[in-house]
Design a protein. Sequence first.
Length: 254
Amino acid sequence: MRKKKDDLTKKYIKEIKSADVWSVFKIVADFVKGFDELGELGPTVTMFGSSRANSDSIFYKKAEELSSMLAQKGFNIMTGGGPGVMEAANRGAFKYKDVESIGLNIDLPFEQIPNKYTTTELDFDYFFSRKVMLVKYSIGYVIFPGGYGTLDELFEALTLIQTKKITGVKIFVVGVEYYKPLLDFVEDKLLNNGMISSEDFKQIRLTDDLQHVVNELEASILEQIEFLREHKLEDTQYCKTLEEFSKDKNIEKS
């Protein structure tokens, strides 16, 4: 087993360090696969969190609960496809047959095992192409407690919103006790030193109120439709999908 891990690690180092033209084709294949399989999705929420949380963890249970609440409202759920919080999120959606429970797995030297609660499963060679798919087709991101990978995904999403590469997307950070020291740092160091704006900081919605997350994501459907109409995109398939969803679910302005 150790030898297999070492061999896979060497393979990845060789791919990254060698300017191998064949890697370009693998990268393109990642993107084509994602665009082809995910392009027709209806409203989808991506949930991030630790792969190390077991089923007894409060984080696992909260992720499963929120996923179930969202799926009941008709939202598809997308995760990184692995264990822990990802498994919990897929598990919460899996029992609702009219929504998709999507897992975007990553090929790693230590072999991430896909969880069994997905209705759509895709495998990616590269983190960056997988990350694009996790954010591209979602109307909101929910960040549960996690490690380096989860923090990377949180700040990637915040950067995309800050630079206007994505619009109308809401970010919810669930786990007040876990994440408050991090957000205190962001406020004290980044905001107070002018590294980010107050508007950037407000993009982070720290909460333990799962119903609030559901309500805000429902409201964001109408906000996105309005944004698309303002930019003359009302004839796009995406806008039509959102309009159909809001009509079917009787989502109205409060």
